[in-house]
Design a binder for this molecule. Structure first.
Ligand code: MG
Length: 168
């Protein structure tokens, strides 16, 4: 599939996972100490999933549910960072590089600001981009809804992809 020539492309991703006992909480590839973790087929890293969908959307590719179908034994409990690496390869094949991405995690608990630096560092290294290309934030929803009740964690991500320079 060829994309329109030499125009930047934006993408958006959104994901939700349910909080359950007896699972590690992995966000942005970082293990965050907490009594609950996220339920899912892979490591259920909701932040990384939203980022991948933003990248795939900007690339004109199918979403992660179609690229990595839930139930595939190959991706059971897999680190989502490995999937993110594959998504970045797909972005490259499409002729694009990451300009920047910005993501927001919505969680009532635990506080995430102490982990921003580790998450940014891990994500930037996995995507092989400068640290400044990855920005993160977190918010609560003031006790409202499923995130506010602590039933789950949601994440939004947006990204800007830039066309690779023409080698000619
Ligand atoms: Mg997911």
């Amino acid at each position: 599939m060829s994309l329109q020539n030499y125009v930047p492309r934006i993408g958006h991703g959104y994901d939700v996972h349910r909080l359950v006992p007896d699972r590690p909480l992995i966000l942005g590839g970082v293990h965050i100490p907490f009594a609950l973790g996220l339920q899912g087929h892979s490591d259920a890293d909701v932040l990384t999933h939203a980022i991948m969908d933003a990248l795939l959307g900007a690339s004109g590719l199918p979403d992660i549910g179609r690229l990595f179908p839930p139930g595939d034994p190959e991706t059971r409990n897999i680190s989502s960072l490995l999937l993110l690496g594959r998504v970045m390869q797909a972005v490259d094949v499409q002729g694009y590089v990451l300009g920047n991405l910005d993501a927001t995690v919505i969680a009532e608990a635990p506080p995430l600001s102490p982990h921003y630096a580790a998450m940014r560092d891990t994500l930037a290294k996995t995507m092989n981009v400068p640290l400044l290309s990855v920005t993160l934030k977190a918010t609560t929803e003031e006790g409202l809804g499923f995130t506010g009740h602590g039933e789950g964690i949601a994440a939004h991500a947006v990204c800007l992809l830039l066309p690779k320079l023409d080698p000619l």
